[in-house]
Design a protein around this ligand. Structure first.
Ligand SMILES: *[C@@H]1O[C@H](CO)[C@@H](O)[C@H](O)[C@H]1NC(C)=O
Ligand SMILES: *[C@@H]1O[C@H](CO)[C@@H](O)[C@H](O)[C@H]1NC(C)=O
Ligand SMILES: *[C@@H]1O[C@H](CO)[C@@H](O)[C@H](O)[C@H]1NC(C)=O
Ligand SMILES: *[C@@H]1O[C@H](CO)[C@@H](O)[C@H](O)[C@H]1NC(C)=O
Ligand SMILES: *[C@@H]1O[C@H](CO)[C@@H](O)[C@H](O)[C@H]1NC(C)=O
Ligand SMILES: *[C@@H]1O[C@H](CO)[C@@H](O)[C@H](O)[C@H]1NC(C)=O
Ligand SMILES: *[C@@H]1O[C@H](CO)[C@@H](O)[C@H](O)[C@H]1NC(C)=O
Ligand SMILES: *[C@@H]1O[C@H](CO)[C@@H](O)[C@H](O)[C@H]1NC(C)=O
Ligand SMILES: *[C@@H]1O[C@H](CO)[C@@H](O)[C@H](O)[C@H]1NC(C)=O
Ligand SMILES: *[C@@H]1O[C@H](CO)[C@@H](O)[C@H](O)[C@H]1NC(C)=O
Ligand SMILES: *[C@@H]1O[C@H](CO)[C@@H](O)[C@H](O)[C@H]1NC(C)=O
Length: 385
């Protein structure tokens, strides 16, 4: 099917004056099959694609390669087209016009975000996808959709318990490692990232990425502010350490107040800024940077425990938490409080704070070398989440 479609496209290319073609696509069918037939086509600018909705209750909804089962911003959506089992003709149709040569990714949003998701069962369609074997081939797209389905099926099975404290935690979604070619301005590169239901696209806003500033602590505040952000690969998160003595340390959703570790070796392999003691009267605040390399959620906390656990007091932070999932930021925060919270979590005593000069050398210790090591570790860790 793929090859014959490619030949048709070539044929059209040889006859540039050929008029616009109408491509018919059958959606669903009496067999109850969850398919678009054909499932991938090649079309020229000006061609029309007509979806013929057969039995059951489907949609044709535009998504993106990065998030196969989610509505693309501004994308088209046919809405639900229920067709009873005994209807044999006059099927409803919906027509789209191909406006450019970019790929168009489509899914059925029936039973979205549940184990019965049609998209998660592979009900996807594409116009002008990459050739088989390329990063954005139809096979890669469909596999990403199936992986989302597998994750949804796994989520339907309860339950996990935290490593200590006997607290129940929502199950992990399963990510799929995806490879995508990204073009920003005039640069094109291939990126490997973890695609999740609801995770952002791996396309940075600019080549340099966006800078996100996070204020860590401050007089009387055990907080990262803002406490949760969404960020693209290449974005830089600048942690600006204010008063008291804090860290930003990578953890995991399921174990919010302990360092992220390699499950096999039990060795910590997430990032850790180390402690930044900042005196009460300072006006210069040291910073520590983290460069985002993935779209998978990143979870972090402050590991100060003197005089009481900052993490347990809610001093936690997340990048790209999926707000529509049970593993959203407020669930993470609440888990940290349940596991490590105490009735009274006061700040570290100000007498323990170091002079400003120590803070400056603290900032200086984050050299390019240290950052590279940290990022290397994150890449591996994120793939594992
Ligand atoms: C699905 O149903 C349609 C319409 O009945 C049919 O044309 C198509 O061949 C079916 N596909 C599969 C894989 O069964
Ligand atoms: C079609 O599916 C949608 C979404 O599940 C549902 O709201 C609607 O009631 C269904 N229509 C029929 C006629 O079953
Ligand atoms: C399909 O079945 C429903 C009830 O089962 C009936 O009301 C309807 O008239 C039937 N439609 C056709 C086209 O036979
Ligand atoms: C093509 O452009 C028209 C008009 O702007 C728009 O309504 C339609 O959704 C576009 N088609 C696709 C596939 O985006
Ligand atoms: C964990 O450590 C082992 C041994 O060093 C290594 O082979 C493996 O890739 C690591 N796993 C992750 C997810 O980092
Ligand atoms: C800040 O306060 C400490 C003691 O409270 C003092 O030793 C230090 O000189 C002060 N630093 C500045 C810049 O005022
Ligand atoms: C952190 O990133 C910001 C913005 O890109 C930059 O100005 C600053 O020099 C960086 N700081 C360190 C310690 O690398
Ligand atoms: C949270 O509690 C666990 C178990 O008591 C402990 O190992 C961990 O260090 C604590 N972390 C923080 C930041 O309080
Ligand atoms: C966020 O997580 C909490 C706890 O798991 C859950 O009760 C809530 O429904 C979640 N929010 C959404 C939008 O899913
Ligand atoms: C997540 O961040 C947003 C934006 O700063 C904020 O409005 C929201 O309250 C935060 N969520 C929680 C649970 O703190
Ligand atoms: C900062 O906190 C850490 C951990 O509690 C402690 O070891 C260190 O001495 C503190 N630094 C200062 C200057 O208070």
């Amino acid at each position: 099917m793929f090859f014959s479609a490619a030949i048709v496209t070539l044929g059209l290319a040889l006859f540039p004056f050929a008029s616009a073609t109408v491509h018919d696509v059958t959606v669903g069918g009496s067999a109850g099959n969850l398919t678009y037939t054909p499932e991938a086509i090649f079309a020229s600018v000006g061609d029309q694609v007509v979806f013929h909705f057969q039995q059951k209750n489907h949609t044709a909804t535009q998504s993106s390669f990065a998030n196969p089962c989610g509505l693309k911003d501004g994308g088209f959506d046919t809405g639900f087209m229920p067709v009873p089992a005994n209807q044999t003709d006059n099927f409803p149709t919906y027509t789209i016009t191909v406006n450019d040569t970019n790929p168009i990714w489509v899914y059925c949003r029936q039973a979205a975000n549940t184990a019965a998701s049609h998209c998660g069962k592979g009900m996807v369609f594409a116009v002008n996808c990459g050739a088989d074997g390329s990063a954005n081939s139809f096979t890669a797209f469909k596999n990403a959709a199936l992986a989302i389905g597998a994750g949804l099926a796994a989520s339907a099975t309860p339950v996990a318990t935290a490593a200590y404290g006997g607290v129940t935690i929502p199950p992990a979604p399963s990510g799929v490692v995806a490879t995508q070619t990204v073009t920003v301005q005039s640069s094109t590169w291939t990126t490997v990232y973890t695609s999740y239901p609801g995770s952002p696209a791996p396309t940075p806003a600019s080549l340099e990425g966006t800078v996100h500033k996070i204020i860590v602590g401050g007089p009387g505040t055990l907080l990262f502010s803002p406490s949760n952000i969404s960020a693209q690969p290449r974005d830089v998160v600048v942690f600006e350490f204010h008063q008291k003595n804090h860290t930003v340390t990578q953890s995991s959703f399921a174990d919010p107040c302990r360092p992220l570790t390699n499950a096999t070796t039990n060795v910590a392999d997430g990032f850790d800024s180390g402690f930044f003691p900042v005196s009460d009267n300072t006006t210069e605040f040291p910073t520590w940077n983290f460069t985002v390399t993935d779209t998978a959620p990143v979870w972090a906390y402050c590991r100060q425990k003197t005089p009481s656990s900052h993490c347990g007091a809610g001093m936690v932070f997340a990048i790209n938490a999926v707000e529509s999932s049970p593993r959203n930021f407020s669930a993470f925060l609440s888990l940290a409080e349940q596991l490590n919270g105490t009735a009274a979590a006061a700040n570290a005593p100000s007498s323990a704070a170091a002079p400003t000069s120590t803070s400056k050398s603290g900032a200086a210790r984050v050299g390019a070398g240290a950052l590279t090591v940290v990022l290397g570790a994150l890449g591996v860790a994120a793939a594992m989440l």
